[in-house]
Ligand binder design. Structure first.
Ligand code: AMP
Ligand code: GLY
Length: 422
């Protein structure tokens, strides 16, 4: 089988490594891939957002199955374009990807179907939003409606911060048309849990839970990033909470999307906050999380391609999806300065024995060497019988990987370890 994977980050590297375990896979094209993915797939220089070119490439090259993982192509209708060429896909169609593509849509969906989430108000003009903020409870959270490279959410601890966020999103159009509408919502608190799930629109199969570390600095300080590391499973997510989420959040969401005529097939990511009033949805993503995937897929014992095809064919109920009863930790090695400005072009050395543990995110091939080309450069992963061992093993591996200007958090999993011990 010839596969095509759209995207070129650490998440796609993890997906590709897992897909390769299936013996019927003869070739994987990564569009565009990256310098590290090139070890495991054939990289083709087509941007992940060039939906028409992707579909044409797939048709011309006899692709049997396509996996679309990044948010932008999904929201742009990449799956629809591939399906129009007769290529079966893993990923939601455009009309379902809106669950991530528009926060106004997802908030209204949750309200209409009684799915627990933060209270909110929607605005399409800055004046009304600023008037509302004059008396709104603080802290508050300001969110751009559309995709904003993961940067469209401002948790404002003061009224001024909230007002600045409204001005930069709606007046200065920091995220372009994504800021034509905004959501202002109630500030919630509690541990956060990421739950990725497989769903074919009928059945929902949650994967092992995970915990992201979004801030750049240790102890959750500094700027928000795409994610500096992950652990799985998340110790806060007990079996009891999982059952409550299935009943009050996961199944109602699948039913809501069906009732709206937007059946969701693919990976639906539930970003949850475990508040004192129960679990609530912070966000939906229409795709695998990054870097959650880098700890979730190494724990998947079942064959990924088989599960994905069961989703596509709507027979997930008949498909076994098993996870190892182990723990995983992924430490992201970034370029110092990320998520603000940073230097790139530094050579990376990864010992051969560690190649299987490394998911490459921002690196390219240059003159036969792998060099840094992005903010998040690598995800270094370890699986072990306990969380403590997984964390220790991941950091041990990090110690053997070198590039100039490398920066990583030293406390990935520390909070989870504390929670486990309580
Ligand atoms: P998002 O970009 O939607 O993942 O949001 C980024 C982060 O903002 C989340 O992981 C939360 O930590 C935080 N956040 C989003 N919404 C809320 C909320 N209503 N209350 C408190 N924190 C929030
Ligand atoms: N790690 C969060 C995300 O993928 O959106």
């Amino acid at each position: 089988m010839k596969l095509l994977v759209v995207g070129g980050g650490g998440r796609e590297h993890a997906v590709i490594k897992k897909l390769r375990e299936n013996p019927s896979v003869t070739e994987i094209f990564a569009l565009p891939g990256n310098g590290g993915i090139a070890h495991d797939a054939t990289c083709v220089d087509i941007a992940a957002t060039d939906v028409a070119k992707i579909a044409a490439f797939a048709a011309e090259n006899g692709v049997d199955y396509a996996v679309v993982t990044p948010d932008d192509p999904l929201v742009l209708g990449c799956v629809d374009a591939l399906e129009a060429k007769g290529i079966p896909c893993f990923g939601p169609r455009k009309n379902a990807a809106i669950i991530e593509g528009s926060k106004v849509f997802s908030k209204n969906l949750m309200k209409k179907y009684g799915i627990p989430t933060a209270d909110y108000a929607v605005f399409d003009a800055p004046k009304a939003a600023l008037d509302y903020l004059a008396t709104a409870p603080i802290p508050t959270v300001v969110k751009a409606d559309g995709l904003a490279l993961g940067k469209g959410v401002v948790v404002a601890m003061t009224r001024e911060e909230a007002e600045d966020a409204v001005r930069s999103i709606m007046q200065d159009k920091k995220f372009g048309a994504s800021g034509n509408q905004i959501v202002i919502e109630e500030f919630l608190s509690g541990p956060e849990v990421s739950v990725l799930s497989f769903t074919d629109g009928h059945t929902v199969v949650p994967m092992v839970s995970s915990m992201d570390h979004k801030r750049a600095g240790d102890n959750d300080t500094g700027l928000n990033t795409g994610g500096m590391g992950t652990i799985a499973p998340n110790p806060y997510y007990t079996e009891e909470i999982a059952a409550e989420c299935m009943e009050k959040i996961f199944l109602p969401t699948i039913h809501a999307m069906n009732a709206e005529g937007r059946p969701f097939k693919g990976c639906l990511y539930f970003g949850l906050m475990l508040t004192k009033d129960g679990p609530k949805v912070i966000e939906y993503n229409c795709r695998f999380g990054d870097p959650e995937t880098q700890v979730v897929l190494p724990l998947l014992e079942s064959d990924l391609l088989t599960v994905m095809q069961a989703v596509t064919d709507e027979r997930l109920a008949d498909c076994a999806v098993r996870f190892a009863k182990k723990h995983a930790c992924c430490v992201v090695m970034a370029s110092a300065g990320y998520p603000a400005s940073y230097e790139k072009g530094f050579e990376i050395t990864i010992p051969e024995a560690l190649r299987d543990s490394v998911f490459v995110a921002g690196a390219k091939q240059k003159g036969g060497a792998l060099v840094t080309s992005g903010g998040r450069v690598l995800g270094v992963c370890a699986v072990a019988d306990s969380l403590k061992e997984a964390i220790g093993a991941a950091y041990e591996k990090v110690g053997h990987i070198r590039f100039d200007n490398a920066y990583y958090r030293r406390d990935i999993g520390a909070k989870a370890l504390q929670a486990e011990e309580q």
